[in-house]
Design a binder for this molecule. Structure first.
Ligand SMILES: [Zn+2]
Ligand SMILES: [Zn+2]
Length: 268
């Protein structure tokens, strides 16, 4: 029933006339509309978070068995049925599900939780998720998987937050010492990201985000941090390619020199 399709109530875009399709054609068009609808659903992505929104030190996470049970009970009825998924070759029901789960997790725990499905497949550190077509199945099993992924993502954030503290230049460091600390931090953090993403497709974006977050955690403004990171990487990290040690060292050196103007602590 075309009239009941939420997509058909959306305002027309691009000046396209609304020919209301019927029958078989209508079903095909409805699918296209749902696809458009889904792309307009707002969902937050980890890479868009400023570090204060992702930082576990600033965002408490009250978790126990009771909360695990309550969350699972909320997710179970959200999982698309097998029939829904079978009738949906474009996996739209799965994408809508992940968008709605993200909204639920963010409203319950805070913005940091949006990274729960940032899987290896999309260059993220979460191992237990892949994509809707491989990760959405039976309701109970899928809800349990979401919970596992949320904890994995939280654990990853806690791990990098601890590293940020260990790697930060001390407050009274002079330019040269600061440069040494920054270069060391880049080398360590790039290695962490490569290991936790297996350098899968898009890992370099998480790498940029992580380095930007690190610099922000040391007091740099987010825009300045992002520009410094992009300039230092210079497009040299690529999907599915583990960067050579020499390249990682060079990026670390470029970032450190770019930010401190110093880098002669090492024999050249
Ligand atoms: Zn997959
Ligand atoms: Zn030092």
């Amino acid at each position: 029933m075309v009239g009941q399709d939420p997509g058909s109530r959306r305002p027309r875009q691009n000046g396209v006339t609304d020919h209301r399709p019927v029958g078989m054609i209508g079903r095909l068009f409805r699918h296209v509309r749902l696809r458009r609808l889904a792309t307009t659903i707002h969902r937050e992505h980890a890479r868009d978070l400023p570090w204060p929104a992702a930082d576990p030190r600033r965002n408490a996470f009250d978790w126990d068995d009771g909360e695990a049970a309550r969350l699972t009970a909320l997710i179970v009825p959200m999982v698309p049925s097998e029939a829904d998924r079978a009738a949906d070759p474009g996996e739209m029901s799965g994408w809508l599900f992940t968008a709605r789960v993200t909204a639920l997790l963010v409203s319950r725990f805070g913005r940091w939780a949006c990274g729960w499905d940032h899987s290896n497949h999309f260059g993220g550190p979460v191992e237990t998720w892949c994509c809707p077509s491989h990760s959405v199945g039976g309701a109970e099993e899928t809800a349990a998987r979401v919970v596992t992924c949320l904890l994995e993502w939280r654990g990853w954030l806690e791990d990098i937050a601890e590293r940020f503290e260990q790697l930060a230049p001390h407050p009274d460091a002079d330019a040269e010492d600061r440069s040494w600390h920054l270069e060391r931090a880049v080398t360590r953090l790039v290695t962490v990201v490569v290991n936790s993403t297996h350098a899968d497709g898009g890992w370099q974006r998480l790498c940029e985000t992580t380095l930007t977050w690190f610099l922000t955690s040391t007091g740099l403004g987010p825009d300045e941090a992002r520009k410094a990171v992009e300039a230092a990487i210079g497009g040299r990290f690529r999907s599915h390619v583990v960067p050579a040690t020499t390249l990682v060292d060079t990026v670390g050196e470029d970032l450190a020199i770019g930010l401190t103007g110093r880098g002669f602590y090492r024999e050249r």
